[in-house]
Design a protein around this ligand. Sequence first.
Ligand SMILES: Cc1ncc(COP(=O)(O)O)c(C=O)c1O
Length: 399
Amino acid sequence: MKKADLLMIPGPTPLPEPVREVMGRPAIGHRSAEFKEVLKRVFPKLQWIFGSKNQVFLYTASGTGAMEASMSNTLNPGDRVLALVNGVFSHRWAEIAKTLGLQVETLDVPHGEAHTPAMLQEYLEARKETDYKAVLLNHSETYTGVLSPIRQLVSVIRQTHPQTLIILDAITSLGATEFSLDEWDIDVAVSGSQKGFMLPPGLSFLALSERAWQAHQHCQQPGYYFNFTRYQKAQLENTTPYTPATPQILGLDVALTLMQEEGLEAIIRRHQTLSRMTRAGVKAMGLEPFVREDALASPSVTSFLPPAGISVDAVRSGLKKRFGIVIADGQKELKGKIMRIGHLGHVSEREVLTTLSALEAVLTELGHAVPTGAGVAAAIEASQNTHTQTPAQKAVSHA
Ligand SMILES: Cc1ncc(COP(=O)(O)O)c(C=O)c1O
Protein backbone atom coordinates (compact mmCIF):
# COMPACT_ATOMS: atom_id res chain seq x y z
CA MET A 1 0.00 0.00 0.00
CA LYS A 2 1.37 3.42 -0.93
CA LYS A 3 1.81 5.62 2.14
CA ALA A 4 1.63 9.40 1.98
CA ASP A 5 5.05 11.00 1.42
CA LEU A 6 6.77 12.47 4.46
CA LEU A 7 7.21 16.16 3.63
CA MET A 8 10.46 17.41 5.10
CA ILE A 9 10.55 20.68 3.21
CA PRO A 10 10.36 24.18 4.71
CA GLY A 11 6.66 24.46 3.88
CA PRO A 12 4.15 23.21 3.10
CA THR A 13 4.59 21.07 6.20
CA PRO A 14 2.80 17.87 7.30
CA LEU A 15 -0.76 18.42 8.54
CA PRO A 16 -2.03 17.24 11.95
CA GLU A 17 -4.93 14.80 11.70
CA PRO A 18 -7.46 17.08 13.53
CA VAL A 19 -6.63 19.87 11.05
CA ARG A 20 -7.19 17.60 8.06
CA GLU A 21 -10.39 16.32 9.58
CA VAL A 22 -11.95 19.75 10.12
CA MET A 23 -10.89 20.94 6.66
CA GLY A 24 -12.62 17.97 5.04
CA ARG A 25 -16.01 18.75 6.60
CA PRO A 26 -19.00 19.88 4.51
CA ALA A 27 -18.76 23.51 3.36
CA ILE A 28 -20.19 26.28 5.51
CA GLY A 29 -21.16 29.81 4.48
CA HIS A 30 -18.56 32.48 5.11
CA ARG A 31 -21.24 34.90 6.36
CA SER A 32 -22.92 32.34 8.64
CA ALA A 33 -23.17 32.78 12.41
CA GLU A 34 -21.20 29.56 12.73
CA PHE A 35 -18.27 30.95 10.74
CA LYS A 36 -18.35 34.23 12.68
CA GLU A 37 -17.87 32.17 15.83
CA VAL A 38 -14.82 30.54 14.26
CA LEU A 39 -13.30 33.93 13.39
CA LYS A 40 -14.10 35.24 16.85
CA ARG A 41 -11.99 32.42 18.28
CA VAL A 42 -9.23 32.74 15.66
CA PHE A 43 -8.43 36.46 15.98
CA PRO A 44 -7.31 36.41 19.65
CA LYS A 45 -5.27 33.27 18.99
CA LEU A 46 -3.46 35.10 16.16
CA GLN A 47 -2.72 37.96 18.58
CA TRP A 48 -1.30 35.38 20.96
CA ILE A 49 1.08 33.84 18.44
CA PHE A 50 2.29 37.25 17.20
CA GLY A 51 2.67 38.57 20.77
CA SER A 52 0.51 41.60 20.07
CA LYS A 53 -2.45 43.27 21.73
CA ASN A 54 -3.43 44.78 18.36
CA GLN A 55 -5.64 43.34 15.66
CA VAL A 56 -3.92 40.83 13.35
CA PHE A 57 -5.17 40.85 9.76
CA LEU A 58 -6.04 37.57 8.12
CA TYR A 59 -5.58 37.44 4.34
CA THR A 60 -6.60 34.79 1.86
CA ALA A 61 -3.29 35.01 0.00
CA SER A 62 0.10 33.38 0.33
CA GLY A 63 2.82 35.03 2.44
CA THR A 64 3.94 37.28 -0.41
CA GLY A 65 0.49 38.90 -0.40
CA ALA A 66 0.95 39.96 3.21
CA MET A 67 4.49 41.18 2.39
CA GLU A 68 3.06 43.45 -0.30
CA ALA A 69 0.23 44.57 2.01
CA SER A 70 2.72 45.59 4.70
CA MET A 71 4.26 48.21 2.41
CA SER A 72 1.33 49.19 0.18
CA ASN A 73 -0.63 50.13 3.32
CA THR A 74 2.03 52.12 5.16
CA LEU A 75 4.32 53.76 2.58
CA ASN A 76 3.96 56.13 -0.34
CA PRO A 77 5.62 56.10 -3.77
CA GLY A 78 8.99 57.83 -3.55
CA ASP A 79 9.56 56.88 0.10
CA ARG A 80 13.07 55.63 0.87
CA VAL A 81 13.40 52.15 2.37
CA LEU A 82 16.37 50.03 3.42
CA ALA A 83 16.21 46.27 2.80
CA LEU A 84 18.62 43.96 4.62
CA VAL A 85 19.32 41.23 2.09
CA ASN A 86 20.89 37.82 2.78
CA GLY A 87 18.96 35.60 0.36
CA VAL A 88 16.15 35.27 -2.12
CA PHE A 89 13.31 35.92 0.32
CA SER A 90 14.88 38.99 1.91
CA HIS A 91 15.57 40.19 -1.64
CA ARG A 92 11.85 39.83 -2.33
CA TRP A 93 11.30 42.81 -0.01
CA ALA A 94 13.41 44.94 -2.35
CA GLU A 95 11.58 43.65 -5.42
CA ILE A 96 8.14 44.39 -3.98
CA ALA A 97 9.30 47.82 -2.79
CA LYS A 98 10.50 48.70 -6.31
CA THR A 99 7.20 47.58 -7.78
CA LEU A 100 5.42 49.93 -5.39
CA GLY A 101 7.54 52.87 -6.57
CA LEU A 102 9.64 53.14 -3.41
CA GLN A 103 13.29 54.17 -3.46
CA VAL A 104 15.11 51.05 -2.40
CA GLU A 105 18.53 50.78 -0.86
CA THR A 106 19.88 47.32 0.01
CA LEU A 107 22.49 46.27 2.52
CA ASP A 108 23.69 42.86 1.40
CA VAL A 109 25.61 40.13 3.19
CA PRO A 110 26.72 36.84 1.57
CA HIS A 111 24.21 34.00 1.41
CA GLY A 112 24.56 31.80 4.49
CA GLU A 113 25.32 34.77 6.75
CA ALA A 114 23.28 37.29 8.73
CA HIS A 115 23.69 41.03 9.27
CA THR A 116 25.40 41.67 12.58
CA PRO A 117 24.17 44.40 14.92
CA ALA A 118 27.65 46.03 14.74
CA MET A 119 27.59 46.18 10.95
CA LEU A 120 24.10 47.66 10.89
CA GLN A 121 25.00 50.18 13.58
CA GLU A 122 28.00 51.38 11.60
CA TYR A 123 25.89 51.64 8.44
CA LEU A 124 23.08 53.58 10.09
CA GLU A 125 25.39 55.83 12.15
CA ALA A 126 26.84 57.02 8.85
CA ARG A 127 23.32 57.70 7.56
CA LYS A 128 21.73 59.32 10.60
CA GLU A 129 20.23 62.05 8.44
CA THR A 130 18.73 59.69 5.86
CA ASP A 131 14.99 59.66 6.12
CA TYR A 132 14.29 55.93 5.83
CA LYS A 133 10.55 55.42 6.03
CA ALA A 134 11.05 51.70 6.62
CA VAL A 135 13.67 49.05 7.20
CA LEU A 136 12.73 45.66 5.74
CA LEU A 137 14.06 42.55 7.46
CA ASN A 138 13.81 38.79 7.28
CA HIS A 139 13.85 36.62 10.38
CA SER A 140 14.41 33.10 9.00
CA GLU A 141 15.86 33.16 5.46
CA THR A 142 14.43 29.94 4.03
CA TYR A 143 16.70 30.17 0.98
CA THR A 144 19.76 29.39 3.11
CA GLY A 145 18.53 28.41 6.59
CA VAL A 146 19.82 31.48 8.44
CA LEU A 147 18.11 32.93 11.51
CA SER A 148 18.92 36.64 11.93
CA PRO A 149 19.33 38.31 15.34
CA ILE A 150 16.22 40.45 14.86
CA ARG A 151 15.81 41.71 18.39
CA GLN A 152 19.33 43.15 18.42
CA LEU A 153 18.98 44.55 14.89
CA VAL A 154 15.76 46.31 15.92
CA SER A 155 17.40 47.98 18.91
CA VAL A 156 20.22 49.20 16.66
CA ILE A 157 17.70 50.70 14.20
CA ARG A 158 15.81 52.42 17.03
CA GLN A 159 19.01 54.16 18.23
CA THR A 160 19.48 56.18 15.05
CA HIS A 161 16.04 56.00 13.38
CA PRO A 162 13.46 55.80 16.17
CA GLN A 163 10.43 56.56 14.00
CA THR A 164 11.33 54.40 10.99
CA LEU A 165 8.91 51.53 10.39
CA ILE A 166 10.43 48.11 11.01
CA ILE A 167 8.81 45.56 8.73
CA LEU A 168 9.60 41.88 9.23
CA ASP A 169 9.15 38.68 7.26
CA ALA A 170 8.43 36.13 10.00
CA ILE A 171 7.13 33.58 7.51
CA THR A 172 9.32 30.63 8.59
CA SER A 173 10.10 31.91 12.08
CA LEU A 174 6.71 32.46 13.67
CA GLY A 175 5.67 29.40 15.62
CA ALA A 176 9.24 28.09 15.49
CA THR A 177 11.28 30.59 17.47
CA GLU A 178 10.91 33.34 20.04
CA PHE A 179 8.97 36.36 18.81
CA SER A 180 6.82 39.18 20.14
CA LEU A 181 5.71 42.09 17.96
CA ASP A 182 4.90 44.33 20.92
CA GLU A 183 7.89 43.54 23.14
CA TRP A 184 10.36 43.66 20.28
CA ASP A 185 8.96 46.99 19.05
CA ILE A 186 8.33 45.78 15.50
CA ASP A 187 5.85 47.66 13.31
CA VAL A 188 4.66 45.03 10.88
CA ALA A 189 5.28 41.28 10.89
CA VAL A 190 3.90 38.80 8.37
CA SER A 191 3.61 35.03 8.29
CA GLY A 192 1.98 32.28 6.22
CA SER A 193 -0.21 29.26 6.87
CA GLN A 194 1.93 26.53 5.27
CA LYS A 195 4.78 27.00 7.74
CA GLY A 196 4.75 26.84 11.56
CA PHE A 197 0.94 26.98 11.46
CA MET A 198 0.75 23.38 10.16
CA LEU A 199 -1.82 24.25 7.49
CA PRO A 200 -1.94 24.06 3.71
CA PRO A 201 -0.88 27.19 1.79
CA GLY A 202 -3.43 29.94 1.18
CA LEU A 203 -3.58 32.15 4.26
CA SER A 204 -1.27 34.87 5.46
CA PHE A 205 -1.26 36.96 8.62
CA LEU A 206 -0.17 40.51 9.30
CA ALA A 207 0.36 42.02 12.75
CA LEU A 208 0.99 45.73 13.18
CA SER A 209 1.91 48.39 15.71
CA GLU A 210 0.17 51.66 16.47
CA ARG A 211 3.01 53.40 14.56
CA ALA A 212 2.18 51.35 11.44
CA TRP A 213 -1.53 52.06 11.83
CA GLN A 214 -0.76 55.80 11.98
CA ALA A 215 1.40 55.50 8.84
CA HIS A 216 -1.58 53.84 7.14
CA GLN A 217 -3.65 56.97 7.82
CA HIS A 218 -1.21 58.94 5.63
CA CYS A 219 -0.97 56.34 2.91
CA GLN A 220 -2.16 57.68 -0.44
CA GLN A 221 -2.57 54.41 -2.39
CA PRO A 222 -3.29 51.60 0.08
CA GLY A 223 -4.81 49.45 -2.68
CA TYR A 224 -8.12 47.60 -2.59
CA TYR A 225 -7.88 43.89 -1.70
CA PHE A 226 -5.30 44.17 1.08
CA ASN A 227 -6.49 47.53 2.45
CA PHE A 228 -5.94 47.64 6.24
CA THR A 229 -8.98 49.86 6.82
CA ARG A 230 -11.32 47.33 5.21
CA TYR A 231 -9.85 44.47 7.25
CA GLN A 232 -9.94 46.44 10.48
CA LYS A 233 -13.62 47.24 10.02
CA ALA A 234 -14.64 43.73 8.96
CA GLN A 235 -12.60 41.93 11.61
CA LEU A 236 -14.11 44.06 14.38
CA GLU A 237 -17.40 42.43 13.34
CA ASN A 238 -15.83 38.97 13.24
CA THR A 239 -15.97 38.72 9.51
CA THR A 240 -13.71 39.31 6.49
CA PRO A 241 -14.12 41.93 3.73
CA TYR A 242 -14.14 39.33 0.93
CA THR A 243 -14.74 35.59 0.61
CA PRO A 244 -12.01 33.91 2.64
CA ALA A 245 -10.55 30.39 2.32
CA THR A 246 -13.08 28.90 4.75
CA PRO A 247 -11.60 25.36 5.06
CA GLN A 248 -8.15 26.76 5.85
CA ILE A 249 -9.64 29.04 8.48
CA LEU A 250 -11.46 26.12 10.12
CA GLY A 251 -8.07 24.39 10.11
CA LEU A 252 -6.40 27.49 11.53
CA ASP A 253 -8.79 27.49 14.48
CA VAL A 254 -7.82 23.90 15.29
CA ALA A 255 -4.11 24.36 14.58
CA LEU A 256 -3.85 27.39 16.86
CA THR A 257 -5.60 25.47 19.64
CA LEU A 258 -3.08 22.64 19.20
CA MET A 259 -0.30 25.23 19.44
CA GLN A 260 -1.79 26.72 22.58
CA GLU A 261 -2.07 23.27 24.12
CA GLU A 262 1.59 22.60 23.42
CA GLY A 263 2.57 26.09 24.65
CA LEU A 264 4.92 28.56 23.01
CA GLU A 265 7.95 27.63 25.07
CA ALA A 266 7.56 23.96 24.27
CA ILE A 267 7.06 24.71 20.56
CA ILE A 268 10.22 26.79 20.48
CA ARG A 269 12.18 24.15 22.37
CA ARG A 270 10.96 21.45 19.98
CA HIS A 271 12.09 23.40 16.93
CA GLN A 272 15.47 24.18 18.50
CA THR A 273 15.95 20.52 19.31
CA LEU A 274 15.02 19.39 15.80
CA SER A 275 17.35 21.94 14.25
CA ARG A 276 20.22 20.84 16.51
CA MET A 277 19.53 17.17 15.74
CA THR A 278 19.41 17.68 11.98
CA ARG A 279 22.56 19.76 11.95
CA ALA A 280 24.45 17.27 14.12
CA GLY A 281 23.14 14.39 12.01
CA VAL A 282 24.24 15.76 8.64
CA LYS A 283 27.63 16.80 10.03
CA ALA A 284 28.20 13.30 11.43
CA MET A 285 27.52 11.89 7.96
CA GLY A 286 30.38 13.99 6.61
CA LEU A 287 28.13 16.61 5.01
CA GLU A 288 28.90 20.30 5.20
CA PRO A 289 26.18 22.63 6.52
CA PHE A 290 25.69 25.63 4.21
CA VAL A 291 25.28 27.92 7.25
CA ARG A 292 28.65 27.67 8.94
CA GLU A 293 27.84 29.23 12.29
CA ASP A 294 25.72 27.06 14.59
CA ALA A 295 24.36 30.21 16.25
CA LEU A 296 22.77 31.30 12.95
CA ALA A 297 21.02 27.99 12.23
CA SER A 298 17.31 28.46 11.55
CA PRO A 299 14.99 26.41 13.76
CA SER A 300 12.87 25.59 10.70
CA VAL A 301 15.27 24.46 7.98
CA THR A 302 18.78 23.00 7.71
CA SER A 303 20.71 23.29 4.46
CA PHE A 304 23.81 21.33 3.52
CA LEU A 305 26.00 20.48 0.56
CA PRO A 306 25.92 17.09 -1.16
CA PRO A 307 29.09 14.96 -0.91
CA ALA A 308 31.62 15.51 -3.71
CA GLY A 309 30.63 13.65 -6.87
CA ILE A 310 27.01 13.04 -5.79
CA SER A 311 24.23 15.23 -7.15
CA VAL A 312 21.44 16.81 -5.16
CA ASP A 313 18.99 15.23 -7.62
CA ALA A 314 20.34 11.73 -6.96
CA VAL A 315 19.98 12.13 -3.19
CA ARG A 316 16.52 13.67 -3.36
CA SER A 317 15.19 11.14 -5.82
CA GLY A 318 16.66 8.24 -3.79
CA LEU A 319 14.88 9.53 -0.69
CA LYS A 320 11.62 9.97 -2.54
CA LYS A 321 11.63 6.69 -4.48
CA ARG A 322 12.93 4.38 -1.80
CA PHE A 323 11.45 5.95 1.33
CA GLY A 324 8.74 8.40 0.23
CA ILE A 325 10.61 11.23 1.95
CA VAL A 326 10.71 14.64 0.30
CA ILE A 327 13.47 17.12 1.07
CA ALA A 328 14.01 20.41 -0.76
CA ASP A 329 16.55 21.36 -3.40
CA GLY A 330 18.23 24.76 -3.23
CA GLN A 331 16.48 27.53 -5.13
CA LYS A 332 17.69 29.87 -7.88
CA GLU A 333 21.51 30.18 -7.69
CA LEU A 334 21.64 27.43 -5.05
CA LYS A 335 19.61 24.95 -7.11
CA GLY A 336 21.57 21.70 -7.37
CA LYS A 337 24.14 23.05 -4.92
CA ILE A 338 22.45 22.49 -1.55
CA MET A 339 19.70 20.37 -0.05
CA ARG A 340 17.33 21.60 2.62
CA ILE A 341 15.60 19.54 5.30
CA GLY A 342 12.57 21.33 6.72
CA HIS A 343 11.76 20.62 10.39
CA LEU A 344 8.92 23.03 10.84
CA GLY A 345 5.38 22.73 12.15
CA HIS A 346 3.90 19.31 12.77
CA VAL A 347 7.22 17.46 13.06
CA SER A 348 9.09 15.80 15.87
CA GLU A 349 12.13 13.63 16.55
CA ARG A 350 10.38 10.75 14.83
CA GLU A 351 10.43 12.48 11.44
CA VAL A 352 13.96 13.83 11.86
CA LEU A 353 15.46 10.48 12.87
CA THR A 354 13.59 8.74 10.05
CA THR A 355 14.88 11.26 7.52
CA LEU A 356 18.46 11.02 8.77
CA SER A 357 18.50 7.23 8.65
CA ALA A 358 16.97 7.21 5.17
CA LEU A 359 19.56 9.78 4.09
CA GLU A 360 22.31 7.52 5.38
CA ALA A 361 20.95 4.59 3.37
CA VAL A 362 20.69 6.66 0.19
CA LEU A 363 24.15 8.18 0.58
CA THR A 364 25.68 4.75 1.19
CA GLU A 365 23.94 3.40 -1.91
CA LEU A 366 25.32 6.34 -3.92
CA GLY A 367 28.87 5.55 -2.77
CA HIS A 368 29.34 8.03 0.08
CA ALA A 369 30.58 5.89 2.95
CA VAL A 370 28.81 6.73 6.18
CA PRO A 371 29.72 4.87 9.39
CA THR A 372 26.57 2.90 10.20
CA GLY A 373 24.17 4.91 12.31
CA ALA A 374 26.51 7.90 12.67
CA GLY A 375 23.90 10.53 11.75
CA VAL A 376 21.20 9.07 13.98
CA ALA A 377 23.61 8.64 16.90
CA ALA A 378 24.75 12.25 16.64
CA ALA A 379 21.16 13.45 16.38
CA ILE A 380 20.11 11.51 19.48
CA GLU A 381 23.09 12.93 21.33
CA ALA A 382 22.11 16.44 20.19
CA SER A 383 18.50 15.92 21.27
CA GLN A 384 19.71 15.76 24.88
CA ASN A 385 16.81 13.41 25.41
CA THR A 386 14.14 16.08 25.15
CA HIS A 387 11.37 13.96 23.68
CA THR A 388 9.54 16.00 21.11
CA GLN A 389 6.01 15.18 20.07
CA THR A 390 3.37 17.62 18.92
CA PRO A 391 0.06 17.47 20.86
CA ALA A 392 -1.63 15.94 17.81
CA GLN A 393 0.96 13.15 17.71
CA LYS A 394 0.48 12.56 21.45
CA ALA A 395 -3.28 12.38 21.01
CA VAL A 396 -2.90 9.77 18.26
CA SER A 397 -0.39 7.66 20.18
CA HIS A 398 -2.60 7.63 23.28
CA ALA A 399 -5.76 6.81 21.35
C1 LIG B 1 11.00 33.45 4.45
C2 LIG B 1 9.97 33.43 3.38
N1 LIG B 1 9.48 34.59 2.94
C3 LIG B 1 8.54 34.64 1.99
C4 LIG B 1 8.04 33.49 1.42
C5 LIG B 1 6.99 33.57 0.37
O1 LIG B 1 5.80 33.07 0.84
P1 LIG B 1 4.67 32.52 -0.13
O2 LIG B 1 5.32 31.52 -1.03
O3 LIG B 1 3.70 31.92 0.85
O4 LIG B 1 4.11 33.67 -0.86
C6 LIG B 1 8.53 32.25 1.83
C7 LIG B 1 8.05 31.00 1.21
O5 LIG B 1 8.64 29.97 1.28
C8 LIG B 1 9.52 32.22 2.84
O6 LIG B 1 10.01 31.06 3.29
